[in-house]
Design a protein around this ligand. Structure first.
Ligand SMILES: [Mg+2]
Length: 226
């Protein structure tokens, strides 16, 4: 039975700008403006998004400023709750999660979201109950350092350790693939975010799937692994 570490944005959810809107609302509240130059949030940790945004704004991006911006973001994120789920769930979600559990796999998160923002976003769509825990922005500075955090927490939760060959990151960005490689675990990349399949393929994931709506190859790879 495998440990599946799911990314959130672009893998489970198509965020459709809800995180960015909450960030922008926070910046307007704190600084009265947003940066003129936008940058993709894909695969970045919330702490890094905050640092980069403050730098683009030309204001001090010390720890206190980053913490204040993220606190405001977490406070404002619930207001972004969509009126309906439609268009927000990636293909195959949540069926693939039910199937993973019924096949005996352990689900956990490995995400650049803060813990609080991760569960707010999942809660918008009733997905929070699938994930008893995870590793989040704020648990480590670099994304691949989240892997040992997730492994330790999953082991505590499941009552047994998970080896690197039975641990899979499921994610949509090159950062997810690199995190798996640098963290010594395996990776199933999905093309449901904004990263083209070819760019994901170049990173050499163990498995590349169009989406999670036809997860047969995922089960074959995960369950066939020694
Ligand atoms: Mg993602």
């Amino acid at each position: 039975m495998a440990l599946l570490l799911f990314d959130i944005d672009g893998t489970l959810l198509a965020p459709r700008g809800l995180g960015r809107r909450a960030f922008d609302a926070s910046l307007r509240a704190l600084y009265g403006r947003v940066p003129e130059q936008a940058f993709p949030y894909d695969g970045l940790m919330d702490v890094a998004i905050a640092e980069k945004t403050l730098a683009l704004l030309g204001v001090d991006s010390d720890d206190a400023a980053v913490r204040a911006l993220l606190a405001e973001y977490v406070r404002r994120l619930p207001a972004e709750r969509p009126a309906s789920r439609e268009g927000f769930l990636c293909p195959g979600v949540p069926t693939v999660l039910d199937e993973a559990i019924s096949r005996g796999h352990t689900l956990f998160l490995l995400t650049g979201n803060l813990r609080s923002s991760a569960y707010v976003k999942l809660g918008f769509f009733g997905l929070e109950g699938y994930f008893p825990g995870g590793a989040f922005s704020g648990d480590a500075l670099r994304r691949h350092d989240l892997v040992p955090v997730a492994l330790a927490r999953a082991a505590r939760g499941a009552g047994r350790p998970f080896g690197s060959s039975e641990t899979w990151i499921v994610g949509d960005s090159v950062h997810d693939v690199r995190t798996a490689r640098d963290g010594g675990v395996r990776c199933a990349a999905v093309c449901t975010g904004t990263t083209p399949a070819e760019a994901l393929r170049r990173e050499g994931p163990d498995l590349l799937l169009a989406d999670l709506a036809a997860p047969g190859p995922l089960w074959a790879a995960v369950e066939g692994a020694p």
